[in-house]
Every structure is written in structure tokens, then in C-alpha cells.
Design a protein around this ligand. Structure first.
Ligand code: UDP
Length: 332
């Protein structure tokens, strides 16, 4: 199988690159390195089974040039993981998020049509559920994006399903819940909790816990997510949406107790759910996928690699207050 992985130099994408190469696939990594990092995949620099294409997927003409006219050979499967993440910058730069998460998706869907791929797998986000009314949350729950990141990831998913319907493109959308694991450090923006806490631990600073820390998240380990991507690609199932979670939901207080260290509390913010928890009965029934890595094991795994967060930005209550101003003013 020859697969294309957009965002292949990023967090989840690079783990999927590892898995696909391990399984004997040829891999075309597509990444503009805006938040992805070459060091995530540089162990493969001499591997002839991997091709790296640096292109911005929102640039239609360059996509056609580099991924259609210049790229040799067939493509069997496309995994679309490239996206801009994080809440705050999406509130500040909604148009950039629209280009990177919606227009780029349409451009890659057109590439998929050109190659007549046997599967297009889209990385969607659990943020589409907003403040879920019911947990565990099923795929049929109300859609209610709270900020531009959530909206644009959901619009991307709608385009994917629309191409499935109109052009009979074999598509699957996977709604990921709070993915964590090695390499999760991202853009330097204030973002996902693991990067923030791990850097604070490295520097001996207190963990900045939001609210009372009793809120829970469905933390899902990244290798489990890579596995479900590949399983979705190989399956005969098309035109379906699946929630991808760990099977549990864990409080921030529990996370800080596992990481070990001092805690300081910062204000609860608007638009943040008290609990995210995926109902994964559909994906276990239809795709036969089960998460393998327990939360505690996953946390141990990131602690083993904690040095890799050394270069991450260090946040404290003051810089977080500054960085989340637009969050409080727009979402309250
Ligand atoms: N969180 C926290 N301190 C931080 C950043 C995040 O306690 O400095 C909490 C946040 O309130 C949320 C959880 O960690 O309950 C996960 O946050 P993240 O931004 O990673 O994911 P999301 O809230 O989008 O699910």
C-alpha cells in the first residue's frame, strides 16, 4: 500500500508514519512544517520508502503541482491529519483557520479524487460537541462548536462526507478525543495541557490547574489513534463517523497526581466542558478497534520522554492570563 499522510511531521501524523512503515507501506509525508517538525521523522532520512513533500495544502495551485503533476506513482490511501490546532489563535485568526482546516481539506479531497484512492481518512475533533449534554457522548450527539478551531474542523468533516456522497469517494471521519503522547509539543501557542504541564514539571514550577481540577478528559494515547487510522484505511467501511477515545475520562487532579508536583489554581474559562468522554461502542463494533494503552501507562511513557519538552514554552498564571484574554472576552 502507498499512503499519503498530511501532517506527517506533526504529533499524531508522525506516529502514523512509524506505524505505516512498520507495516511495510510506502509513505508520502505532506507537511508545510508550520507546526510539524522534521525531527519527528528524521530517523527515516535514508529510508527509500518515505517521500517528503513540503507544501501548504491551502495553496491550490501548489497542491496540484506538487501532489498531482510532480508526484510519481499511485496513492492508495490518504490520511488527512494536517491542521491548525489550539483555541486562542483560532479566535484571533479565524480566516487562517478556515484556509488551513477547510480549504486545505477540499484541496486534498480533490487530490484523492485524482488518485481514486481506496480510502480517505479524516482526523476530526471531539470539539464539535462543544459542551456535551450527555457523556459518554455518541456520534449522534448535538453539534455545537464553541470557537473557530472547532467549527473549521467540523466544516472539514462535512466536506469529507459531502465528497463521499457526491463523488462516491470512500471516506471515513474519526473524531479524536484529547490525544496525548510523545511528541505532543506543538506550535508554542498556549495549547493542550500535556505540553504545558510537562514543561512546568521540567522547570520545577507549579502546574497551572484550571478551575478546581475536577473536570475530566478522555485522554487517548497517540499510538492507539495511529492504530485506528490504519484500521479505518483497511476496512471496507465508508461514509461513517466514529468517536475515538480511551474508554475512560480522567480528572486534571488525577493527572497532576500522576505527574507529581506542586499545583496552583487558575480561573475556569468559558466554553470548556466539565467532561469529555467518548462513547466508543460504534468503533469497537464496526471497526473492531479497542484502545490498548491505559491512561497511567501513557502518562509513564510521556514522563520517560520528558526531556523532549525542554524547548517548549513555559507558562505560568500570568502569561496564561495574558494569552487567554480573547478567550474570556469572546466566549463568555
Ligand atoms: N488545563 C489545565 N491547565 C492548563 C491547561 C489546561 O488545567 O494550563 C485543563 C483544561 O481546563 C482542560 C484540560 O486541561 O480541562 C484539557 O485541556 P486541553 O486544552 O488540553 O484540551 P481541551 O480542553 O480542549 O479538551
Amino acid at each position: 500500500m502507498r499512503v499519503m499522510i498530511s501532517g506527517g511531521a506533526g504529533f499524531i501524523g508522525s506516529h502514523l508514519v512509524d506505524l505505516c512503515l512498520l507495516q511495510g507501506c510506502e509513505v508520502v509525508v505532506v507537511d508545510n512544517l508550520s507546526t510539524g517538525r522534521l525531527e519527528n521523522i528524521d530517523t527515516y532520512i535514508w529510508n527509500r520508502k518515505i517521500t517528503f513533500v513540503n507544501v501548504d495544502l491551502s495553496d491550490k495551485l501548489m497542491v496540484e503541482k506538487k501532489l498531482v503533476r510532480e508526484l510519481e506513482g499511485r496513492i492508495d490511501v490518504i490520511f488527512h491529519l494536517a491542521a491548525l490546532a489550539d483555541i486562542v489563535p483560532s479566535i484571533e485568526r479565524p480566516y487562517d483557520y478556515h484556509r488551513s482546516n477547510v480549504e486545505a481539506t477540499i484541496n486534498l479531497l480533490e487530490v484523492a479524487r485524482h488518485y481514486r484512492v481506496s480510502k480517505f481518512v479524516y482526523a476530526a475533533s471531539s470539539s464539535c460537541y462543544g459542551l456535551p449534554e450527555v457523556t459518554p457522548t455518541t456520534e449522534t450527539a448535538r453539534i455545537d462548536p464553541q470557537y473557530p478551531y472547532a467549527l473549521t474542523k467540523y466544516l472539514g468533516e462535512e466536506y469529507v462526507l459531502h465528497f463521499g456522497k457526491v463523488y462516491k469517494l470512500p471516506v471515513i471521519s474519526l473524531r479524536f478525543f484529547n490525544v496525548f503522547g510523545p511528541r505532543s509539543r506543538t506550535s508554542g501557542q498556549y495549547g493542550a495541557v500535556f505540553g504545558i504541564f510537562l514543561k512546568q514539571k521540567l522547570e520545577g514550577k507549579a502546574f497551572t490547574v484550571v478551575g478546581d481540577g475536577k473536570q475530566t478528559r478522555d485522554f487517548t494515547f497517540v499510538t492507539d489513534v495511529a492504530n485506528v487510522c490504519l484500521q479505518a484505511a483497511k476496512s471496507q467501511v465508508v461514509q461513517e463517523v466514529f468517536n475515538i477515545g480511551s474508554g475512560g475520562s480522567y480528572s486534571i487532579n488525577y493527572l497532576t497526581s500522576l505527574l507529581g508536583g506542586e499545583v496552583t489554581y487558575i480561573p475556569k474559562r468559558p466554553g470548556e466542558p466539565d467532561c469529555t468522554f467518548a462513547d466508543i461502542s460504534k468503533v469497537t463494533r464496526v471497526l473492531g478497534w479497542h484502545p490498548q494503552v491505559k491512561f497511567e501507562e501513557g502518562v509513564k511513557e510521556v514522563l520517560r520522554e520528558i526531556e523532549s519538552w525542554r524547548k517548549a514554552p513555559l507558562w505560568d498564571e500570568h502569561s496564561i492570563q495574558e494569552a487567554t484574554k480573547s478567550w474570556f472576552s469572546c466566549l463568555s
